[in-house]
Design a protein around this ligand. Sequence first.
Ligand code: CA
Ligand code: CA
Ligand code: CA
Length: 334
Amino acid sequence: MCALLLAGLLSVVTAAAAGPGTPGLLYLAGFETAGSPSFVLGDLQGQGGWGVHSGQAEVVPSGFGGGVQSLRARGADVELGMAYSANVVWVDFIVAGEGSDLQPMLPGGSASAVLVLSSQRGVLALDGDGDGNGVFLAATKQGGGIGNAPRRVSLRIDYLDQRYDLWVDGFLRLAGLGFKDRAISSLGSFRWLSGNLGSMDDFSVSLLGLDRDGDSDGLSDLGEVKLHATRPDQADTDQDGVSDGSEVHGGSDPLSPGEGWRITLQVIDGSHHRIGFPTVSGRNYFLESRSSFLPPHVWLKVLGLTPSGGDGNPGFFTLPNGIDPVFYRVISEP
Ligand SMILES: [Ca+2]
Ligand SMILES: [Ca+2]
Ligand SMILES: [Ca+2]
């Protein structure tokens, strides 16, 4: 009864683990000492509900999903028992590995979702016929191997319809795939065959997913409970007037009231001043200005400035001092 990741082969199959106390989040393992469940460095066997059937799997002091620890496995067959009867369950994790260069093969035993990380073809997912067979479909672009780059894989498993959908790196890639075996009617366990060498982090099982933003704040329900610890049913968790999504995208803390995203103005000397603002990695920032708040309401891009690439540190635009009043705003783009 499983979902399965092959070489990684991934199948979700059995056990009982306590949820970390967040509604909708059934299980969360960042493989951290401070987490719940908590993990210590070394052999995975018996930690957090995980079992190692064969090979070597250990918690190592390097995190790639956030935190400082992750799971590393070599030639391993590991399994997390996780019995939970819900019609729809989300399994979400980050995985990295060399991938298998063999033809994808069907795993033995019953399984719902089956994924293969292929060194040649990237992430493959089985579109099962319910009778133990099926065809593997590529979820990522042809010719793109897994290449050791960490991939976030999210599965929406519907036990009522016996179908599953696959997201890779937050994007829906394949939908309505059939189960390998139709005998499976609920989540039983999650199984991972690591192949030669693989790593995993940020593993969760939840009722919340990526397909819904219940409070319309720009963050998915799952992203809120898993990545940001914000409330999926409140658009502004810390109630400081800036929405969770704006705070996350802008680089301020959505859990600290008053730490809303804001720009600062500093006079440097008699001839220059600078505009400061928080940034997040991967976003670009540019400056707009206007001379008054009277109509017409037009903001104009301040020319002659290089857009600032966000890196998590404060960004600045330096400008000559003027005589006329001027208002600034910083625009952030993905
Ligand atoms: Ca939301
Ligand atoms: Ca929220
Ligand atoms: Ca807020």
